[in-house]
Design a protein around this ligand. Structure first.
Ligand code: C2E
Ligand code: CA
Ligand code: CA
Length: 714
C-alpha cells in the first residue's frame, strides 16, 4: 500500500530564494513573463525570514524584500503535515503559500494549494497507471485463478489438499461427492479418517515412505465413505516442497474406480460363474479341482468329487418349458449349495449337471452323510408356476487319490459312477474300477442306435388292447424293439438315450412310418374292422406345425384314415400346455386322430386340467393296476379316475392287466379297455394277426384263452 502524501511531498517549484536587502526589480527582469509565485526571504546569514507574495513584490519593485515581509507571518508548516490539515490552514489563513520546515525547523521549501493539487494529480495519474497495470495483472491472475478453481472444482477426480502435518485444508466437489463428507467435516482433520481398515498399517507405512523419499505415491487404496461404504480408488499423492526440500503440503488426487471394478467384477462373474444359478461354471470348477489336487498332494490327504445329475430333467424341461426348467435348476442349485460346507465348491457344468468338491470328505462314511443330505434336499417337492415338481438326482462319487490322481481321471470316474447310479436306479454310486465300461457303453449305444436304424435292427411289437365290455380287440399299442448283436435291448434303455442325444426324431419317424405301414397291412385282412393303432410320442417329438406335416404326410402316403391313429403322450406334455404341443394335438384332434394320456397318475397333473385339453383317453398306469386287488387306495384311485374321466367324456384304458381278477375288477368299475400280459405280451405283427380268430360285425374276436376268459359272461 502507498504511504499517505505529506506536505513534504508536494513542495512547490515556483518560488525564488532572495536576500532581505534585494529588490523585486533586481531579481526579476521585466521581459520575463513568468515570475515566481512567491519569494522566500533569507537574511545575509542564511536564516529564513519569511515569504513575500509575487503580487505584493511586483507592486513595490524598489523596496527591499525585508520591508515587504508581513508583520505577523503565517507559521511555517512541517514537512510531515497531512494535506488535509494544510488545506484547512490555507482556507483559514487565506494565504497563497506556506513555508515548509523540517523537524528541526529548517526551511525546506514552499507549498501552495496549486502545488498540493498538482502533486495530487500527478500522484493520481501515477497510481492510475500503476492501478491499471495492477488491474491487468490482477485480471490475468484472476482469470488464471478462476481456471484453476474451475478445474479444481469441476474435475471428476477428487482432490484433497493437506498441510504437512497432514491435516486437511481443502477438498473439491468431487471429493465431497465421492466420500460423502462435507468440507466442514474434513477441514483440520487427518485424512486417515477415510481409512477403510481394509489395508494393513504396513500399506500406509510404505506409502508415506515413498512420499518422503520420492515426493510422490500412486496406487489403489480402499477408503470408506461417510455412510460406511468401502470403495476402491486410484490415488496419486504429490508433496509440495519448500526451497529446503521440506514438504509444506500434500495434494491427493483420486478417482473412484468402483465402477471399473464393478465392470471388472461383472466380467469375472461372466467368465467364471454360471449366469443362471450363480454357481461357479465349468472353468472355475476345473481351476478349483486342480487346486484341490495340488493341495491334497502337498498335504498328503484327499477329497471327494460328486457328480450330480437330475433325473428326467430334460423331460421336465420339454414338458413344462424352459422357464420352469430354469427355475427348477436355480432352486436345486441353491439347495445343494446350502447343505455343503462354505469351503466346498458346488458348480454347474451345464444342463442339469452339477458337481461338488468336498474337501474334508475323504471316506465313504462321511461322504455318504453329505450325499444323503443332498438327495434329501433335492427330493423336497419344488413349487414352481403353480406346479409341484418332484425331482430326484443320481450322484456318482470318486475319491482323490484312490480313484484317480489327475483331474481328468477323477472327473471321468465320478461321471462313470453317476451313470451307474442312474442305470441301476439306486441314485448313488461310489466309483469302482470295473465300472469304466458303463459310460463309454452309453456313447457306444448312441452310435449303435444310428447304425441300428440304418441296418434294420429295429422292429415293432404290437400289444393288443381289449374292449372290456365284450373282450374283442379294440386296438393295439406299437412298441419299439431293438435286436442288437442278437440281444434284445429294452426301450427303457435306448429311448432315454435317443431322447438325450437328439436321435429320438429319427427313431420316432422310423417307428411311426413303420407302424402306419404295418397297420395298413393288418387292415388288408379285415377291411371293415375299426381298429386303433396307438403310437408313443416322446415330448421332444411334439413340435407343432413341423410334426403335423410329418405325421399327415405319412398318413396320406399310406392312405390311413385319421380315426385309425391314436397318439400316446405322457401327462406332463398335457399339463405343461406347451404351445407347440398343444397346437399339434388340437390340430390332430381336428383331423379325427385321437389322443391318449399315457402313464396317467404318475405325473403331476390334476384331472380338472384335462377339461381344457382335447384328449380322448386316459391310460391308467400299470402301477395302480398291479396292486388293485391288494391295495384299497389304488382301488379308490382307479375308481375315481374312471368316474372323473367318464364325466369329462374320456375313455379309460387300464395298462398292465396281468390277472383275470384285475380284469374283472376293472370291468366292474366301468373301465373301457384293458391292455396287458393277460391278453398278450407285445408281439410281432404276424403273431398279432394269428391271435385274431375272426371278424364279426366290424369287431375282431381274439382267440386267446385269456381274452375270452375276460369277456363278460353271456
Ligand atoms: P409304455 O408306453 O407305458 O408301454 C407299456 C409298457 O408296459 C411296455 O414296455 C410293455 O411291454 C409293458 N407292459 C405291457 N403289458 C404289461 C403287463 O401286463 N405287465 C407289465 N409288467 N408290463 C407290461 P416296453 O415295451 O418295455 O416299453 C417301455 C416304455 O418305452 C414304454 O412305456 C414307452 O414309454 C417307451 N416306448 C416304447 N416304444 C416306444 C416308441 O416307439 N416311442 C417312444 N417315444 N417311446 C416308446
Ligand atoms: Ca405307451
Ligand atoms: Ca404306459
Amino acid at each position: 500500500m502507498k504511504p499517505v502524501l505529506r506536505i513534504g511531498d508536494c513542495l512547490c517549484k515556483n518560488w525564488l530564494k532572495v536576500g532581505g536587502f534585494q529588490r523585486y526589480r533586481e531579481v526579476v527582469s521585466s521581459s520575463e513573463d513568468s515570475s515566481p509565485g512567491v519569494f522566500a526571504v533569507f537574511s545575509d546569514s542564511g536564516v529564513y525570514m519569511g515569504l513575500v507574495g509575487s503580487r505584493q513584490a511586483a507592486l513595490f519593485p524598489n523596496r527591499i524584500f525585508a520591508d515587504l515581509l508581513v508583520r505577523r507571518p503565517s507559521a511555517p508548516v512541517s514537512v510531515d503535515t497531512r494535506l488535509d490539515e494544510a488545506l484547512i490552514r490555507f482556507r483559514e489563513e487565506r494565504v497563497d503559500h506556506f513555508a515548509v520546515v523540517d523537524a528541526d525547523g529548517r526551511f525546506v521549501g514552499v507549498i501552495s494549494e496549486l502545488s498540493m493539487f498538482s502533486t495530487l494529480l500527478e500522484q493520481e495519474a501515477q497510481s492510475r497507471e500503476e492501478r491499471e497495470v495492477l488491474i491487468t495483472q490482477l485480471k490475468a491472475e484472476l482469470e488464471y485463478h478462476k481456471l484453476a478453481t474451475m478445474a479444481f472444482e469441476t474435475t471428476s477426480e477428487g482432490v484433497l489438499i493437506t498441510d504437512s502435518t497432514p491435516s486437511v485444508m481443502h477438498v473439491n466437489r468431487a471429493f465431497i461427492e465421492t466420500t460423502g463428507y462435507s468440507l466442514e467435516d474434513v477441514v483440520g482433520k487427518n485424512p486417515n479418517l477415510l481409512h477403510s481398515g481394509r489395508q494393513a498399517a504396513e500399506f500406509y507405512k510404505t506409502m508415506w515412505q515413498a512420499l518422503r523419499e520420492t515426493g510422490g505415491w500412486e496406487g489403489e487404496i480402499w477408503n470408506r465413505r461417510k455412510n460406511g461404504e468401502i470403495y476402491p480408488e486410484w490415488l496419486h499423492i504429490n508433496s509440495v516442497r519448500d526451497e529446503n526440500g521440506d514438504a509444506t503440503h500434500y495434494v491427493g488426487v483420486f478417482s473412484d474406480i468402483g465402477p471399473n471394478k464393478e465392470i471388472q467384477r461383472e466380467l469375472q462373474q461372466m467368465a467364471y460363474y454360471d449366469t443362471l444359478t450363480g454357481l461357479p461354471n465349468r472353468r472355475l470348477f476345473l481351476d478349483r479341482l486342480e487346486r484341490a489336487v495340488a493341495q491334497s498332494y502337498r498335504l498328503k490327504d484327499g477329497f471327494s468329487l460328486l457328480f450330480i445329475d437330475l433325473d428326467r430333467f430334460k423331460y421336465v424341461n420339454d414338458a413344462y418349458g424352459h422357464e420352469l426348467g430354469d427355475g427348477l435348476l436355480k432352486t436345486v442349485a441353491q439347495r445343494i449349495r446350502a447343505v455343503v460346507r462354505e469351503s466346498d465348491t458346488v458348480a454347474r457344468l451345464g444342463g442339469d449337471e452339477f458337481v461338488a468338491i468336498l474337501h474334508d470328505c475323504h471316506d465313504k462314511e462321511s461322504c455318504q452323510l453329505v450325499v444323503d443330505k443332498i438327495r434329501q434336499c433335492v427330493n423336497e417337492p419344488i413349487g414352481l408356476g403353480g406346479h409341484e415338481l418332484n425331482v430326484s438326482a443320481a450322484i456318482g462319487i470318486s475319491f482323490y487319490p484312490e480313484d484317480g490322481e489327475t483331474v481328468t481321471d477323477i472327473i471321468r470316474n465320478a461321471d462313470v459312477a453317476m451313470y451307474r447310479a442312474k442305470e441301476d436306479g439306486m441314485g448313488v454310486c461310489f466309483y469302482q474300477p470295473e465300472m469304466n465300461v458303463g459310460a463309454s457303453e452309453r456313447l457306444e449305444i448312441e452310435g449303435a442306435i444310428r447304425r441300428g436304424l440304418a441296418n434294420d435292427e429295429f422292429w415293432l411289437a404290437w400289444q393288443p388292447q381289449v374292449d372290456l365290455s365284450d373282450g374283442t380287440l379294440s386296438g393295439a399299442e406299437v412298441l419299439a424293439r431293438w435286436t442288437h448283436d442278437g440281444q434284445e435291448i429294452p426301450p427303457g434303455t435306448f429311448i432315454p438315450i435317443a431322447e438325450s442325444s437328439g436321435l429320438i426324431d429319427m427313431l420316432g419317424d422310423w417307428v411311426f412310418h413303420q407302424a402306419v405301414h404295418e397297420a395298413m397291412e393288418f387292415k388288408e385282412k379285415c377291411k371293415d374292422c375299426s381298429l386303433k393303432i396307438a403310437v408313443n410320442f416322446s415330448p421332444l417329438q411334439l413340435r407343432g406345425e413341423e410334426t403335423f406335416h410329418r405325421i399327415t404326410e405319412v398318413m396320406q402316403e399310406k392312405a390311413m384314415e385319421p380315426d385309425m391313429l391314436e397318439m400316446e403322450v405322457t401327462e406332463s406334455v398335457i399339463m405343461s400346455k406347451r404351445p407347440g404341443a398343444m397346437e399339434l394335438l388340437s390340430r390332430m384332434d381336428d383331423l379325427g386322430v385321437s389322443v391318449a394320456v399315457d402313464d396317467f397318475g404318475t405325473g403331476y397333473s390334476n384331472l380338472s386340467n384335462l377339461k381344457q385339453i382335447r384328449v380322448d383317453k386316459l391310460k391308467i398306469d400299470q402301477s395302480f393296476v398291479c396292486d388293485l386287488e391288494l391295495n384299497e387306495t389304488s382301488r379308490q384311485i382307479v375308481q375315481a379316475v374312471i368316474m372323473m374321466a367318464h364325466s369329462l367324456g374320456l375313455k379309460v384304458v387300464a395298462e398292465g392287466v396281468e390277472t383275470a381278477a384285475q380284469c374283472a375288477a376293472l370291468r366292474e368299475m366301468g373301465c373301457d379297455y384293458g391292455q396287458g400280459y393277460l391278453y398278450s405280451r407285445p408281439v410281432p405283427l404276424n403273431t398279432l394277426k394269428s391271435l385274431c380268430e375272426k371278424c364279426v360285425d366290424g369287431k375282431i374276436i381274439l382267440n386267446t384263452a385269456n381274452g375270452k376268459a375276460c369277456a363278460p359272461s353271456p
